[in-house]
Ligand binder design. Sequence first.
Ligand SMILES: Cc1cc2nc3c(=O)[nH]c(=O)nc-3n(C[C@H](O)[C@H](O)[C@H](O)COP(=O)(O)OP(=O)(O)OC[C@H]3O[C@@H](n4cnc5c(N)ncnc54)[C@H](O)[C@@H]3O)c2cc1C
Length: 235
Amino acid sequence: MRVKLLAHTPEPDNLVAAAARLCYSGADIATIKMRLQGDKAASMVAKLLALGHESPLEHVSFTFGIEGVSRALSHQLVRHRMASYSQQSQRYVAEEDFEFITPPTIADSAEAGREFLAAIGAIRRAYSSLLLHVPAEDARYVLPNACATKLVATLNARSLYNFFALRCCRRAQWEIRALAWEMLRLVRDVAPHVFDQAGPGCLSVHGCSEGQMSCGSPYSKSELDGGKDEPDRRA
Ligand SMILES: Cc1cc2nc3c(=O)[nH]c(=O)nc-3n(C[C@H](O)[C@H](O)[C@H](O)COP(=O)(O)OP(=O)(O)OC[C@H]3O[C@@H](n4cnc5c(N)ncnc54)[C@H](O)[C@@H]3O)c2cc1C
């Protein structure tokens, strides 16, 4: 899995602080922006997060380049509707030698690994054979969820909060969880105040939302600050 933060709104911490300040102040826009730098921005953003006033987070967006992930992952990712996506097409890009993602449980088992590779080989042969008779847009129907894909995804900070709460969670599937933790690490580097409270639901002020489905093993703040899904991270 390779994940890059390709672009983001400049000065995200200061911009969110300025937008928040505007709500609570009579000062004009230029003054607000000037006054809210550094520590003042940090405390304004902290106040905002404590209040649960989330709409100012929508003013800052983050664009990620994501590759070497499976179609099983991308299908889950694009369920997050508060986002924009561009994904490599299987209509226009032929996949004779498609890359594939091997789940760790399969890689760890000699027998499962053999079966998996045999299936991938059979699918590649069937796909190449189909391409002799039909267009790629139809030959792709035999391709597996394991097929590697590439995307560009843009989300604002509010949507990222929701994404991290759901997908950094231990109950999330291992591959999208690894992606979520990597994205969290990248955005915390460039917007530490905005994402100070972001992460799995168990670390939020609301706590775990999984109810009876809870894993019973909440993350610690140190795991969040380390930027890693340390205990059982699989990538
Ligand atoms: C552990 C786990 C298991 C899952 N299992 C399944 C499954 O078995 N089957 C399945 O289909 N999906 C499953 N999902 C996907 C899940 O149902 C959501 O589609 C996905 O997580 C996107 O979340 P979202 O809707 O909050 O995000 P977004 O689409 O980004 O929406 C963000 C927020 O905007 C609001 N919103 C967006 N659209 C609407 C709307 N139309 N009406 C009202 N409010 C809206 C909601 O508050 C929402 O939380 C699973 C997700 C997780 C994390």
